[in-house]
Design a protein around this ligand. Structure first.
Ligand code: FAD
Length: 625
């Protein structure tokens, strides 16, 4: 089939993290999909640090996996180190993080995409969009092709009119060594879209052979590693590479200050806003002038390469300053550079211009996902890509959009935040953004989401079977704990070992399991229990589920009840063409904001900043409540 004669169901523009998930999702939904990207060698390239997951982001990767996306599988297959962050806190905070081999990561993504049915590839740059009135009908490319499509998903990342800065040099580019994307912004602005500029930056990469690790502290991965994918096709790591911790110091800070007058951040050449929680080193030195030192994590870029990522030293200062300042860090005295750090400015589209399905409000069948929506991070991009890919496919299939609620997934929180509140600085996910984080844990993303994805045709039968088996065994274990009593002479040694008050009668096992001071491991030696676990082939994951259920059921029930209350407001729909300007009893600010965002439900309206509880009461009356 020729590109010239085919009308694709879905064209995905850009093969980054969002585009790769979008292409996989749409194709797996059974629709004919084309991925057009500037360079097929750079599919799912990690533009910044070679790590996936982390606080709240790890939960997102597990959700992507539970829905049938590929990011979790690729991370597991290419990981060089795994850590479960926040393990000392409650399970709502546990966040998996893995470092991957950067080159293997991109290669593994490409192999998985090539093995996906219904997916075609084409290397070119999209330079314009084809419209029929207010509908998208295809794309134009740099080589002069017009490729037709029923829906288009744009995932252009940091490439739209990208401008790279190092010291007093600025040049066009979407990422180091790659050209910027021209034409898409201009076509969209001509159609009435609002565009903005954002900024991000990356640290230098150095030759690991030139570093003195004896002056740094080793940071090994977890002893007992876990993984991202719920599927058994990936395995826990048994061999890992360590990272190294060192610090900046006053000398480093003073050397950095010598370049401030040539810093594009400080001399006004960079005008846009960068990620608040990922500041450049010059920004840290400037803003926290009294701080003696900042952490620097030295992270390997892969199994075999000696290239090291200098996490914490993101900078766009001139090369000579980077060179001098980094040498003053303990262990970096004889460093050799592979690449200098740089900053990049790029266009984004305020995401309040989207609906919950990530389709644009102005142009039908056009979807946006990833950094183009003002987010930062591979995980945030991948999640949006998956949802945009699914929704583009559903649009083609003339089916209802797939929308995740805030109490169902971090992905639901992410998209709802973006389209309801918008963002003026690069948006990254945090656990604090989720009001139902006890429900949205990394351990239960499959239980929350896989059935939904299976019904859509996105998750495989194998995935669904894994979830059913996990649920069956968890229930079995909980029932056993609830009905089984153990004599005091078996329990007391366990309690004694933890300095807890002894008991003088037999006790049901669930009462022991529910105690916050005891973990399952402490009493797993109790004979009846150990026999049951062995006979029923109960693994660590099932034990964890049962333990969380018994210890946190009170909190979980409370959050569920709060979510149910709020979802009742979610069910109070607002008609799409509702004229807020006519409702004079709404405040002026509420009328303006509601008209702009066009919320679909009272619950969404209540989350718009500037819309007060009294505005909501007025709306409820209008909606007949
Ligand atoms: P990208 O990964 O940027 O992928 C976009 C893809 O689209 C590319 O493959 C590109 O070739 C392709 N493309 C673009 N335009 C076209 C076109 N017109 N036609 C065809 N193909 C096109 N994130 C963090 O969380 N923390 C950080 O500290 C951080 N620092 C960063 C520093 C730098 C210098 C850069 C560049 C990015 C940084 N990021 C950081 C962001 C992170 O890389 C992105 O959030 C993530 O990669 C976004 O994924 P995406 O799929 O939206 O876009």
């Amino acid at each position: 089939m020729s590109l010239f004669s085919t009308t694709y169901d879905v064209i995905v523009v850009g093969g980054g993290h969002a585009g790769s998930e979008a292409a996989a999702a749409a194709a797996n939904m059974g629709v004919h999909t084309l991925l057009i990207t500037m360079n097929l060698q750079n599919i799912a390239q990690m533009s910044c640090n070679p790590a996936m997951g982390g606080i709240a982001k790890g939960q997102i990767i597990r959700e992507i996996d539970a829905l049938g996306g590929y990011s979790g599988i690729v991370t597991d297959k290419t990981a060089i180190q795994f850590k479960m962050l926040n393990k000392s806190k409650g399970p709502a905070m546990w966040s998996p993080r893995a470092q991957s081999d950067r080159m293997q990561f991109a290669e593994c993504w490409r192999i998985m995409l090539e093995q996906t049915e219904n997916l075609d590839f084409y290397q070119d740059s999209v330079t314009g969009l084809l419209f029929d009135e207010n509908k998208i009908i295809g794309v134009k490319t740099a080589l002069g092709l017009s490729v037709k499509a029923k829906t288009v998903v744009i995932t252009a990342g940091t490439f739209l009119n990208g401008l790279i800065h190092i010291g007093d040099k600025s040049f066009g580019g979407g990422r180091a060594g790659e050209g910027a994307s021209k034409g898409i912004t201009e076509d969209l602005v001509a159609k009435g879209f609002e565009a903005g500029r954002m900024k991000t930056g990356t640290p230098p990469r150095v030759d690991g052979r030139s570093l003195d690790y004896s002056k740094m502290t080793e940071q090994p991965g977890d002893e007992n590693t876990e993984k991202f994918s719920y599927l058994p096709i990936t395995k826990n790591l048994t061999k890992q590479r360590s990272c190294w911790l060192t610090y900046t110091n006053q000398k480093v800070h003073n050397l950095l200050r010598e370049g401030f007058d040539r810093s594009p951040m400080f001399n006004g050449r960079i005008k846009s806003t960068g990620p608040r929680y990922c500041p450049s080193v010059e920004d840290k030195v400037d803003r926290f002038a009294t701080k003696e030192r900042h952490q620097i994590f030295v992270e390997p870029e892969g199994w075999t390469t000696c290239e090291m990522y200098v996490n914490g030293f993101s900078t766009s200062l001139p090369e000579d300053i980077q060179d001098k300042a980094i040498r003053a860090i303990e262990g970096f005295e004889n460093v050799k550079f592979f690449r200098y750090g740089y900053a990049i400015e790029y266009d984004y589209f305020p995401p309040t211009q989207l609906t919950h399905s990530l389709e644009t409000k102005l142009i039908e069948n056009l979807f946006f996902a990833g950094q183009i929506n003002g987010t930062t991070g591979y995980e945030e991009a991948g999640a949006q890509g998956l949802m945009a890919g699914v929704n583009a496919a559903l649009k083609v299939q003339e089916k209802e959009p797939f929308i995740l609620k805030r109490n169902e997934a971090y992905i639901g929180v992410l998209i709802d935040d973006l389209i309801t509140k918008g963002t003026e600085e690069p948006y990254r996910m945090f656990t604090s953004r989720a009001e139902y984080r006890t429900l949205l844990r990394q351990d239960n993303a499959d239980l929350r989401l896989t059935e939904k994805a299976f019904k859509l045709g996105l998750a495989s039968q194998e995935r669904m079977d894994c979830v059913l088996e996990k649920q069956r065994k968890t229930d079995l274990l909980i029932q056993f704990l609830e009905k089984t009593s153990v004599k005091q002479d078996e329990i007391n040694p366990v309690l004694e070992g933890k300095n807890l008050a002894l008991v003088n009668q037999s006790m049901k096992l669930f009462k022991i399991a529910a105690r916050p001071q005891l973990s399952f491991e402490d009493f797993a030696t109790i004979k009846k229990l150990s026999e049951f676990i062995e006979e029923n082939n109960i693994d660590k994951e099932i034990i964890e589920q049962a333990e969380i259920h018994l210890k946190y059921s009170g909190y979980i029930a409370k959050e569920k009840s709060n979510a149910d209350k709020l979802n009742r407001l979610e069910n109070v729909k607002i008609p799409s063409a509702f004229n807020y300007q006519k409702v004079k009893s709404l405040s002026y600010e509420a009328r303006e904001k509601l008209s702009k965002i066009q919320p679909t439900s009272i619950s969404q309206a209540s989350r718009i900043s500037g819309v007060s509880p009294s505005d909501i009461s007025v709306l409820l009356v209008y909606m007949g409540r």
